[in-house]
Design a protein around this ligand. Structure first.
Ligand SMILES: [Zn+2]
Length: 315
């Protein structure tokens, strides 16, 4: 049947019709709010989602998030001191461990995820330890990453999310934590869209870049191989990061794998919309909700987004 019998506009006429036939919706159930915890607070007026909180400030922030209906948060820590190995990542009184111990008993209903990486804690800012030849030592980093994940779970984390992109990290963590869900940053690209995060987390590499371990933006088949390995090593959820410039990767992973799929709507994606809205070019709420809808439509079940708190007030 074609026109004039078929008229697709019939189902677009009224809001209630559009609502009932909508294929993809954004729900607070699917969103994870990133949170930064540090010894000192650092507000961010331009990008409120990128502010650093002290442990006490974080408790107040989470109180508000929970009251608004946010169901999950992922923690990133900025330590007092950094060293070559990134020992602040796994010490018992590390900043994330302190935050978890403060949050866990107060908010039993909140899902607490943690980012597992060394780059916020190493003096050189790389995601693993540096070998004598100046490269990131993959195998020597695995034990430290697993140790970090274990310390997070001991402090109260529900889910650990390795983001370092070392080969074998999911298996190394799985061996230590047979019962903990692992959200693997499986296809994490060496992206230009991480800028505001690196400022917030103070994690810019002191030398070189992360292209020696993060993925090349031109590759999608390689992303599928990364996912395949993470599944084999015991990941429970796969992730693609960033989200908006990689919607095709999300779709490819969705079509190939049956695991839940997460997407990280990264700081640069957030900042672009925020700045364009501040300049009067577009409406932040509409652009943010459209972006989140696109990420879900591409195949993501879970979206980590700095808009999670705002969405809670918008929906
Ligand atoms: Zn890292």
């Amino acid at each position: 049947m074609t026109f004039p019998v078929t008229r697709l506009r019939r189902l677009r006429r009224e809001a209630v019709l559009r609502d009932v036939v909508r294929e993809t919706t954004v729900s607070l159930d699917d969103l994870v709010m990133p949170l930064f915890v540090a010894p000192e607070a650092l507000p961010n007026e331009r990008l409120p989602g990128m502010a650093r909180h002290t442990v006490e400030g974080l408790v107040r922030e989470v109180e508000e998030l929970v009251r608004l209906g946010v169901k999950a948060a992922i923690l990133f820590g900025i330590p007092d001191e950094k060293d070559d190995e990134g020992s602040g990542a796994w010490v018992d009184d590390g900043i994330v461990q302190q935050a978890l111990r403060a949050l866990r008993p107060r908010f039993p209903e909140l899902l607490l995820l943690t980012d597992v990486c060394l780059c916020e804690y190493t003096s050189h800012g790389h995601c693993g330890v540096i070998a004598a030849d100046g490269h990131v030592d993959n195998d020597a980093s695995l034990e430290l990453l697993a140790r970090t994940a274990v310390s997070h779970v001991e402090a109260g984390a529900d889910v650990v999310c390795p983001s370092d992109m070392m080969d074998g990290r999911v298996g190394a963590i799985r061996e230590q934590l047979p019962e903990t869900p692992i959200v693997a940053y499986s296809a994490k690209y060496a992206s230009a869209f991480y800028g505001p995060f690196r400022e917030a987390a103070d994690s810019a590499p002191a030398f070189g870049d992360r292209r020696g371990y993060q993925m090349d933006p031109g590759n999608v088949r390689e992303a599928l191989r990364e996912c395949e390995l993470d599944v084999a090593e015991g990941a429970d959820v796969l992730m693609v990061k960033p989200a908006l410039p990689y919607l095709d990767v999300l779709r490819a992973v969705r079509d190939r794998f049956d695991l839940p799929l997460a997407a990280y709507n990264v700081s640069g994606e957030y900042a672009m919309v925020k700045d364009a809205a501040a300049a009067g070019h577009l409406d932040e709420q509409a652009a943010a909700l459209e972006s989140l809808t696109a990420i879900k439509r591409a195949g993501a079940d879970i979206v980590i987004t700095y808009w999670a708190k705002d969405v809670a007030t918008w929906l």
